[in-house]
Design a protein around this ligand. Structure first.
Ligand code: FES
Length: 131
């Protein structure tokens, strides 16, 4: 799929999300947009771990606000956020730093960052893509 089509799909998904529902099932590519509420709810530095069941974490780091996949890049077990702001996989012990970089294997790939956008209502939208 080319980049322009993906961008167009994201705009469509965003428009659909604005139509009212909190989560919109999107397209056959297993992508969806999740409206996580006002971006101002994520103003303090740290990991917002309330979205593990949606497959991601929200991270605020200074002026940066981004989302990381909540699945280990080794064999896709769900990750747990730790008090030191790292992520731990209980399946085989991989660890990732607060930026999603692998610090301990067996995982070899860093956590993918998910696209985020703020809509005209000030809500944060996270584009969740199956990896
Ligand atoms: S699935 Fe996470 S370390 Fe294996």
């Amino acid at each position: 799929m080319n980049k322009d089509i993906k961008r167009r799909d994201f705009l469509i998904l965003t428009a659909s999300a604005l139509a009212g529902s909190k989560m919109v099932q999107a397209n056959p590519a297993n992508e969806r947009v999740v409206d996580v509420g006002p971006a101002s709810n994520y103003a303090n530095d740290g990991i917002y771990a309330g979205f593990e069941n949606q497959g991601f974490f929200i991270v605020r780091k200074g002026t940066q606000l981004f989302a990381l996949s909540g699945f280990c890049t080794h064999r896709r077990c769900k990750l747990a956020a730790q008090s030191d702001r790292s992520f731990y996989c209980k399946c085989h012990g991989s660890r990732f730093d607060p930026n999603g970089k692998v610090t301990d294997g067996p995982a070899k790939r860093d956590l993918p960052q998910l696209s985020v956008a703020v809509n005209d209502k000030g809500n944060l939208l996270v584009k969740v893509t199956a990896f």
